[in-house]
Design a protein around this ligand. Structure first.
Ligand code: HEM
Length: 534
């Protein structure tokens, strides 16, 4: 048929050369060639799709997008139960592959070709700076550098700098508990106080800065970040259907994101400039100082051209602050909000944690990281919160750098790959009654903590969370101190907060209030007692 079509085309061209009015001949040829071309396209799509992981059918151009009506992670989990642990779907022009088996996620994410990020509009705005949205050589170098620096400051493996890190966290824990004590059992939205406390931990590690929760600069900064996340969700749709980029609403969202990024960058640059003006190579205070030292060393050793893969040092520092802050504050705050929610929903669990704390820590001090091995029930509760709530249900989207095979299927170059952590944590074949909040599932018969290999709240593989050790330390110190000092309960007459989450980049609980009733306020420092008139 193709040969015939080509022959007709050649004949028609010959005719055209000798007889330019051969219009009828042209129509005949087109009538054959156009359907032939469409059939060829369909055949190619069919051949490609046959090798892809199975998945739901969608509509032309928009793919499966119109069928997504609920929370994305819930919808994908339902689809994975139907189509299997590796399935594919098209969202607009983008091909996505969703992984919901922990072994397959591990197998994929230990491979280099799965360690890339999607090339979307947001990536273009960030221009290849930072760590979360970088790839290749710069990403590898930055990951190694940050890993080493975080270890130095005591957050990896809780090594040499552990006391320094613990002191930074405990400083914020005390401030947080003081703020609660000042409310004198009045109903409070705990997320409001957690927000500044948790942000201050990461700010102190990155740039030795701390904010009061009512500081207007902090409020503006948090609003910009919140708005950024919201606008990001709007523009993400344009990543799937590129034509939407020409609509005025999307243009507005893009220019607003650009404007906000500019304002945030100026704020970060002020901090970088302050660090440069007070820099002392013998006293490296935080991550920013470490970068300044690295830039100085590179200059002295004549390798500044190669540093950051030739990118601008100031912009890289700005984006590192942005990436670490956004990855390390909302996630921890959200998980702690869930922990509070489960504490009020499950009063017997709360009482058991408090009994263990009283027995191990006693009534004269706050818990410390040294207590952790002796507090298995408290640790199991935190692990169960992380499983049941899965604050980052979709991990972060990966992308393939070349066409590859996975579990017997073809995954083409440029496919977006989602590790569906939520589905792994709610898989009834791995967890008995996954809907039930049951900390005992993390304890063995001897009462020791056991973490199954399918518990993966921080992801796995090459792009696994860089801040897992810091996060675990923060969750333990904030949660155990909170329940040591206060008992939490819902305000009188109020309903128990529900389990329905608000899905964004993280899944956070809907707003709820609790009353923090003192149980042993005397463990707080004297300063606290003065502040609350004790
Ligand atoms: C409860 C708290 C946290 C949870 C549940 C969490 C979870 C995650 C997950 C699921 C990923 C994606 C892994 C992947 O792409 O496969 C990730 C990446 C990341 N996290 Fe966390 N995280 C938490 C806290 C933190 C903290 C405190 C920091 C900073 C100190 C941090 C820094 C990062 C960074 C930099 C990445 C990107 C790594 C890369 O792209 O190479 N996270 N996190």
């Amino acid at each position: 048929m193709i040969v015939w079509g080509v022959q007709r085309m050649a004949t028609w061209l010959l005719h055209l050369m000798v007889d330019t009015t051969c219009l009828q001949c042209l129509w005949h040829t087109l009538a054959v060639m156009v359907p032939m071309y469409l059939i060829l396209c369909l055949y190619r799509i069919w051949k490609e799709n046959r090798a892809l992981p199975p998945g739901p059918n969608g509509l032309p151009f928009v793919g499966y997008l119109p069928y997504i009506n609920g929370d994305f992670h819930e919808e994908l989990t339902a689809l994975s139960r139907k189509h299997g642990p590796v399935f594919s779907l098209r969202l607009g022009s983008e091909l996505m592959v969703v992984l919901s088996d922990h072994r397959i996620i591990r197998e994929a994410f230990r491979r280099e070709e799965f360690a890339f990020r999607p090339d979307n509009e947001f990536m273009k705005l960030l221009d290849g700076y930072g760590i979360i949205n970088t790839e290749g050589k710069l990403w590898k170098e930055q990951r190694r550098f940050l890993h080493e620096r975080l270890r130095h400051f005591g957050i990896k493996n809780m090594g040499a700098g552990r006391e320094m890190m613990e002191a930074r966290i405990m400083n914020e824990v005390e401030m947080f508990l003081q703020s609660l004590a000042r409310q004198r059992t009045a109903p409070v939205e705990i997320g409001y106080y957690l927000s500044s406390a948790v942000s201050n931990v990461i700010c102190s590690l990155l740039m030795s800065v701390r904010f009061r929760h009512d500081d207007p600069r902090f409020i503006r900064f948090m609003n910009l970040i919140d708005e950024g996340f919201r606008l990001f969700t709007i523009t993400a749709v344009a990543g799937f259907i590129p034509i939407l980029r020409f609509l005025p609403g999307f243009n507005y969202a893009y220019s607003k994101i650009r404007q906000n990024l500019g304002e945030i960058s100026n704020f970060y640059q002020e901090i970088v400039d302050y660090h440069k003006s007070t820099f002392d190579p013998n006293n490296i205070r935080d991550v920013i100082d470490s970068y300044i030292l690295e830039i100085q060393n590179a200059k002295e050793e004549g390798r500044q051209e190669r540093l950051f893969d030739g990118k601008d040092g100031d912009r890289q520092m700005q984006q590192i602050i942005g990436d670490m802050f956004s990855a390390g504050s909302e996630t921890v705050k959200t998980t702690l909000q869930w922990a509070t929610l489960f504490a009020v929903r499950e009063p017997q669990v709360q009482a058991k944690v408090q009994a263990e704390l009283d027995r191990v820590v006693g009534r004269r001090r706050l818990p410390s990281l040294d207590d952790l091995p002796n507090l298995p029930y408290t640790e199991a509760v935190i692990l169960e919160v992380m499983r049941r709530a899965t604050a980052v249900p979709l991990g972060t989207t990966h992308c393939t750098s070349r066409t590859t095979q996975l579990n017997g299927h073809t995954v083409p170059k440029g496919t977006q790959v989602i590790p569906l952590i939520h589905a792994v944590h709610m898989d009834p074949t791995l967890w008995k009654d996954p809907e039930v909040f049951n900390p005992e599932r993390f304890l063995n018969a001897e009462g020791q903590v056991v973490k199954p290999e399918f518990f993966i709240p921080f992801g796995v593989g090459r792009r696994m969370c860089l801040g897992d050790a810091l996060a675990r330390a923060e969750l333990f110190l904030f949660f155990s101190s909170l329940l040591h000092v206060f008992s939490l309960q819902v305000p009188e007459g109020a309903e128990l907060p529900g389990l329905r989450g608000q899905a964004g980049v993280t899944v956070s609980p809907e707003n709820f209030k609790v009353c923090a009733v003192p149980r042993q306020i005397e463990v707080l420092s004297l300063e606290t007692e003065a502040a609350i008139g004790g």
